[in-house]
Design a protein around this ligand. Structure first.
Ligand SMILES: [Zn+2]
Length: 388
């Protein structure tokens, strides 16, 4: 791979600048020779965070914008590997798409700036590395360059590395905020559509785990269909929305792909399940509400998913004192299970530190975490009892 360091002026890059408002993409510059947004690049996101304004302020102060990378695709054509956000920012400013505040706090578009300031921006020097080489080489290198500005998400990198018709179609479906399905999906999928996080979930689900995404993309890279991804994604969403009648905010971003794999072949009564979810959701003893859905899907066999609140220290001490006093009077062990046993411990008085709190009536069977449902057991008996 060949790289060459070059200088460009903002003015040159902005010649023939085209911005697609609908797609949120800077498209061309350098009088048409430069493709600003190759298909594997993320959409323009600087505008959302006002970083576009910061780019212009840097230029007005004479600060460098940092290294920019171009890929030389042919003798006369270049595309931006890194720097697309910065280029789109000044391109949009120079073409009057947004304003910045001047020293008097007034919003100014480019055309409203003093002549010398306009020239300062247009004459700003940009340092550009132009590289030339096999696609795979460049993509590998692009993956490893330290990207300034907003760091790329994993999936944005994967899109770059495995760019092609498959990625293009995937982005059209899953990274397109104009897709009417996004609203429905967002009940179950978290993250930002334009940062490729829905596309990432779709790939993660169909490939059965995030660690398999790269292999899956590599295998399907040149396909002109994403039917398998779509079908699988919709199966998962249809299953969740069918099994659980109500949507809670805690359902967003759960591992629905994995849950679908594990539980979709089981039969559930959505009405019953729904009622149970509401009950658990209102249970003050449950600390991890996000565990509720897997808990009910798995037949309520793993209470640890819920992180049920345990008895606090004063409550334990209170139970310990009462139990120990009664046991001493009766001449039996203060562990009720030791007391009824035939072993050497049937009259043993355990220290508080040697005992653990137990739900008399198990939490999983409706027992509350309250004083009248607390008993202290010796550690051996408490652990043998389990499921508290
Ligand atoms: Zn015991």
């Amino acid at each position: 791979m060949k790289t060459e360091l070059k200088h460009y002026k903002v003015d040159e890059i902005c010649k023939g600048f085209v911005y697609n408002e609908l797609e949120g993409k800077g498209l061309f510059g350098l009088s048409g020779r430069l493709t600003i947004q190759p298909e594997y690049q993320r959409n323009y996101i600087y505008a959302e965070s006002k970083r576009d304004v910061a780019v212009i302020e840097s230029l007005l102060k004479g600060y460098p914008l940092g290294l920019i990378y171009f890929n030389k695709v042919s003798e006369d054509n270049l595309e931006v590997l890194d720097g697309q956000q910065r280029i789109t920012s000044f391109g949009r400013f120079v073409t009057g798409k947004f304003a910045v505040k001047d020293e008097n706090g007034l919003e100014q578009y480019f055309s409203g700036l003093a002549q010398d300031k306009q020239e300062l921006i247009l004459n700003s020097d940009l340092l550009v590395y132009e590289c030339e080489g096999a696609e795979s080489e460049i993509k590998e290198w692009f993956k490893t360059i330290n990207i300034s500005g907003v760091p790329l998400k994993d999936q944005e990198l994967l899109n770059a590395v495995y760019s092609g018709p498959f990625v293009t179609l995937g982005k059209e479906e899953f990274s397109n905020s104009k897709n009417a399905n996004i609203q429905k999906w967002s009940a179950y999928v978290s993250g930002a559509v334009d940062r490729q996080e829905y596309w990432e979930r779709a790939l993660e689900w169909v490939s059965r785990g995030k660690e398999n995404i790269a292999r899956y993309m590599s295998a399907h890279r040149n396909e002109k269909s994403i039917a398998e991804v779509k079908t699988y994604f919709n199966s998962v969403i249809d299953w969740v929305s069918g099994v659980f009648l109500d949507v809670f905010k805690e359902m967003r971003g759960l591992e629905w792909g994995r849950l679908y794999e594990e539980y979709h072949s089981k039969a559930y009564d959505p009405k019953k399940l729904s009622a149970r979810v509401h009950e658990l959701y209102d249970d003050p003893y449950i600390h991890n509400q996000r565990g509720i859905w897997e808990f009910v899907l798995s037949g309520e066999t793993h209470p640890n998913l819920l992180n049920v609140r345990v008895f606090d220290e004063p409550l334990k001490r209170q139970a310990y004192n009462a139990q120990t006093k009664a046991a001493q009077l009766a001449g039996i062990s203060n562990c009720p299970l030791c007391a009824v046993g035939h072993a050497a411990n049937d009259d043993k008085i355990w220290k508080l530190a040697e005992m653990e709190a137990d739900h008399v009536s198990a939490w999983s069977k409706g027992g509350a975490t309250s004083a009248d449902n607390c008993q202290m057991l010796c550690k051996t008996h408490n652990r043998a009892k389990g499921n508290n």
